[in-house]
Design a protein around this ligand. Structure first.
Ligand code: ARG
Length: 457
């Protein structure tokens, strides 16, 4: 470990080997290298713009940084734990390559504003990638919803058969949730896209820097207004992770439905073989591993949110080394979210729907009982009385193991003389869903209209 650390001047003894490894971040923060270099190039250009560097020095620095970027991309770069993190690894390499001029890059800057800038640049790109995956998932869902606008299925409350719905309508519920997730991420992006650079260690710098110039080069919308805040707070990462946790919660609930629906007991859908695995002992098994894993991975994202909140909670201003611990939870949140979204797009676009099974399930469990009560109300019965009458009819069906639509008109008349032949139309599944014909209702025509509105959004 004879590498000289950029901060070794005031030290007389070398760092303890264990401490060196304990404090190093390079094993994980190297994933920020492109953003670190991008930030350094912008910083060097700004320093030349304000005459702190000469144009010749700036040109040399930028050329050196670009070469380092290529070395890393080719896998030729030698990362050193002794150099602690991505920032010092790259800066040290720059000086090795271009000599003393490389030592001027860090003028008017600190690793504190540097790292805060790197994470924001990185997260901004990742939010855009996640947004693309979310849009793909929404598109896939909306397509299936349109195809299944007329498909009848049981709707549940308390996981008990409640009322008939259309499968298209059910899928559009997920679209609404994911649409809000998208909006949450876009809102978070606004606050991510603010530039800390120029805050230096904590108080700003005595050089005549032009922060707006750097921000423009890096496409930041705003610059952080307070240097202490700029280097220390990680609320933007917490906010992102909170949005990610909510999104994972939605995917987890959706996964749960896919697992239930693909069971022999429901048998509503068939997942493509590509997303399932078999059992080493039970030859008949086809396990819905992918939705199960997405459901399981939700836990780690919740954990990362709590890690980040706890990491921040008692830190005094300004930067503290604690903040180095922000990276792994954030990175894993991003990886988990992107992976889960990616795999979900494929699951949804290949799902096979068992229309007859869904319909048959909707025909069990007196699903049109509410329609019968509404029918009586239209004939002048008060809703509470109608509810009571239909409750008795249902009791009769349970005792006689039949469904409402199989009762004869004669039997119906025993429950209410107001019931006529036209009752059979409203007891059909189609009659029930078509009757819910308003914005937000389950009628197939409303599903198709909602699909159009979602596509426009
Ligand atoms: N690796 C550090 C981090 O991730 C960079 C900033 C270190 N700053 C310092 N003063 N030690 O937070």
């Amino acid at each position: 470990m004879n590498i000289e650390k950029p901060w070794s001047g005031r030290f007389t003894a070398p760092t303890d080997a264990f401490v060196e490894a304990f404090t190093a971040a390079v094993s994980f923060d190297q994933r920020l290298y492109e953003y670190d270099i991008m930030g350094s190039i912008a910083h060097a250009r700004m320093l030349a713009h304000v005459d702190v560097l000469t144009n010749a020095e700036c040109t040399q620095i930028v050329a050196g940084l670009i070469e380092i970027q290529q070395e890393i991309a080719r896998g030729e770069f030698k990362w050193s734990v002794a150099l602690e993190d991505v920032h010092m690894n790259i800066e040290t390499r720059l000086t090795q390559k271009i000599g003393a001029v490389g030592k001027k890059l860090h003028t008017g800057r600190s690793r504190n504003d540097q790292v805060a800038t790197d994470i924001r640049l990185y997260l901004r790109d990742e939010i855009d990638l996640i947004n693309t995956e979310l849009t793909r998932l929404l598109t896939a869902l909306v397509d299936v919803a349109e195809r299944e606008a007329d498909t009848l299925m049981p709707g549940f409350t308390h996981l008990q058969s409640a009322q008939p719905i259309t499968f298209g309508h059910h899928l559009l519920a997920w679209c609404e949730m994911l649409q809000r997730d998208k909006a949450r991420l876009q809102d978070c992006r606004k606050r991510v896209n603010s530039m800390p650079l120029g805050a230096a260690a904590l108080a700003g710098t005595s050089y005549p820097i032009d922060r707006h110039y750097t921000a423009k080069l890096l496409n930041f919308d705003t610059i952080a207004e307070n240097s202490l805040d700029a280097v220390s707070d990680r609320d933007f990462a917490i906010e992102f992770t909170a949005a990610a946790a909510i999104l994972m919660m939605h995917l987890s609930r959706f996964s749960e439905e896919l697992v239930l629906w693909s069971s022999a007991q429901f048998n509503f859908i068939e997942l493509s073989d590509a997303f399932c695995t078999g059992s080493s002992i039970m030859p008949q098994k086809k396990n819905p591993d992918v939705p199960e894993l997405v459901r399981g991975k939700t836990g780690r994202v919740y954990g990362h949110l709590i890690s980040l909140l706890t990491l921040m909670k008692s830190q005094p201003l300004a930067y503290n080394k604690d903040n180095q611990e922000d990276k792994e939870p954030l990175f894993d949140t991003i990886d988990t979210l992107k992976g889960s979204l990616h795999v979900f797009v494929d699951i949804i676009s290949t799902v096979q729907v068992r229309h007859e099974q869904m319909r048959a399930a909707a025909q069990r469990g007196f699903m049109t009982a509410t329609d019968l009560a509404d029918y009586l109300v239209r004939k002048g019965v008060a809703f509470r009385d109608a509810h009571e009458i239909v409750g008795k009819a249902v009791r009769h069906c349970i005792d006689n193991s039949c469904e409402l639509d199989t009762l004869s008109l004669e039997v119906f008349k025993n429950f209410s003389p107001l019931i006529d032949d036209d009752v059979y139309d409203i007891l059909t599944l189609e009659g029930s869903v078509n009757a819910r014909n308003h914005i937000g209702g389950t009628a197939p025509s409303q599903v198709r209209a909602a699909v159009q509105r979602l596509r426009a959004r």
